[in-house]
Design a protein around this ligand. Structure first.
Ligand code: CU
Length: 219
């Protein structure tokens, strides 16, 4: 009976997986309104998840990233470590969110050259805009728009138990060709060539542009 139940469950799971038409990760700007809502709902669900069922919650992911900061950054492990990390994050979103086929979208930020703060990623009703932070008082820097607003589930962070903070810096992004030129000008993988130029410029610029917690290993 136990064997049958397990088999039945795995068949159900396989059928459910088969319904996913794609596992492709897409740029946020290329997703539909329905896709965006499903992703935002999944992130909030993961933030509110109690950690049951062997599924880590959002804050656990933040903690794991911080605890592994020294091996996951600045070394050849950077790419495989983050690939596995995002895979596990995606699986957790699929498990707790409304869409079992959801994939993690990415910020195709080099296409936002010259319109850094006008990006579709930074909109009032999604992740919050570049002007969506508290300007004065004890909550200065707290995000007050979108899913991360400090009156909602992101009222505390694991870094310092404060609200989620941002402090935008006046970076100008490089465009698609500039970014690829920088990366592909390397003829060897590492340690101070291709891998580092990928981790340095294209990875670090958006972190530092947003600032606040995003500019720390608790991002
Ligand atoms: Cu990282």
């Amino acid at each position: 009976m136990v064997v049958r139940t397990v088999l039945f469950a795995s068949l159900l799971l396989a059928a459910c997986r088969a319904q996913c038409t794609t596992h492709e990760r897409r740029a946020w700007r290329d997703t539909s309104c329905a896709d965006r809502k499903a992703y935002l709902d999944a992130v909030v669900a993961l933030k509110q998840h109690d950690g049951s069922g062997g599924i880590p919650n959002y804050d656990t992911f933040v903690t794991v990233h911080y605890q592994n900061r020294l091996i996951a950054h600045g070394y050849d492990a950077f790419l495989p470590w983050h690939r596995w990390y995002l895979f596990k994050f995606e699986k957790a979103l699929q498990a707790v969110g409304p869409d079992p086929c959801i994939t993690v979208p990415y910020w195709d930020w080099e296409r936002d050259e010259g319109m850094e703060t006008a990006t579709t990623v930074l909109e009032t009703d999604s992740f919050g805009s570049s002007s969506g932070t508290v300007l004065r008082g004890k909550d200065r820097g707290c995000v007050d728009e979108g899913i991360a607003n400090y009156t909602g589930p992101f009222s505390t962070t694991v870094r310092d138990n404060s609200c989620l903070k941002r402090e935008f810096y006046n970076y100008q992004f490089a465009g698609v060709f500039n970014v690829m030129d920088r990366i592909l000008s390397n003829t060897v993988f590492g340690p101070n060539a291709f891998r580092l130029s990928l981790e340095g410029y294209p990875h670090a610029i958006p972190h530092n542009f947003i600032g606040g917690h995003m500019a720390t290993h608790h991002s």
